[in-house]
Design a protein around this ligand. Structure first.
Ligand code: 8Y4
Length: 257
């Protein structure tokens, strides 16, 4: 899954892709590099980021989703927690919901059940504006596991097709460096939930902290973590650098076959 940020403040690609034609070019490049899904996000979910209004999020992402949908034959994911945005995005051509809030927003469960599209349910402790202030767990793997099991069950109860549910432990979302490490080591445990697993590790601050590297110098560190993720049962990878990630995963698959 290639990341397409359409937030003016997203520091990893500098808000360069807001104009629909520029966003389309970036999406095309990621498809050429082997992306199977393009994840379009208009709500900055960086630690400390401010909330975005529904209208602002719609203005950012709908023209981009329409442009990609008209020009490219690639599934489009929408990175949002808001039911209104989910509906508009699916009408505009998105076929996948990526919700960092795990469908905990009011009406989100019902909306996704009605839309009938696949959904990624992610774990997050706290809210984006404050989640990195004091992350706290007794057993992070066990607590994230129980959270995902409960959200998976809530989605099924609301009428979401069980085969449409993907689960994600949410690296960096209300987690210390050590929590992220424990989750990486414990990833295989989540396969017992019976759903495909997704992770987002690309350019995240855990890599920056370990390597003392700025955001544009985190590629190789992230690739190392991707290898670990794949070896522990993860099948969907949310990444900025599609070509590099593809090559690494193809080699791991070749060697493991
Ligand atoms: C540099 C670049 C530093 C990016 C931080 C970041 C995930 C996600 C995000 C994830 C799923 C991010 C929308 C945070 N992370 N969705 N979204 N899983 N499913 N930060 O891990 O990329 S945004």
């Amino acid at each position: 899954m290639g990341i397409l940020n359409v937030t003016p403040d997203s520091f990893s690609d500098g808000g360069l892709f807001i104009a629909p034609d520029l966003a389309l070019g970036r999406a095309q490049a990621m498809v050429d590099e082997g992306a199977d899904i393009i994840d379009v996000g208009g709500e900055s979910t960086r630690p400390g980021a401010a909330a975005v209004s529904v209208q602002e999020e719609l203005d950012r992402i709908i023209p981009v989703i329409e442009a990609i949908s008209a020009a490219l034959n690639v599934p489009i994911s929408v990175d949002t927690s808001k039911p209104e945005v989910m509906r508009a995005a699916v009408s505009a051509g998105a076929g996948f919901i990526n919700d960092i809030n795990g469908l905990r927003t009011d009406q989100a469960l019902e909306t996704v059940a009605q839309l009938g599209v696949p959904v990624c349910l992610m774990h997050m402790q706290g809210q984006p504006h404050s989640m990195q202030q004091a992350p706290r767990y007794d057993d992070v793997v066990e607590e994230v596991y129980m959270f995902l099991a409960k959200r998976q069950q809530a989605a099924i109860t609301a009428g979401v097709d069980p085969g449409h549910i993907i689960l994600d432990p949410g690296f960096g979302f209300g987690k210390s460096l050590d929590h992220n490490r424990q989750l990486l080591r414990g990833l295989s445990r989540f396969t017992a939930l019976g759903a495909p697993l997704m992770v987002g590790l690309s350019r995240k601050s855990m890599i920056g902290k370990v390597l003392d590297a700025e955001v544009d110098q985190r590629l190789y560190g992230g690739l190392a973590l991707l290898v670990m993720a794949v070896q522990n049962g993860v099948s969907l990878l949310r990444v900025h650098d599609v070509k590099a990630s593809r090559d690494v995963i193809r080699m791991v698959e070749w060697a493991s076959a």
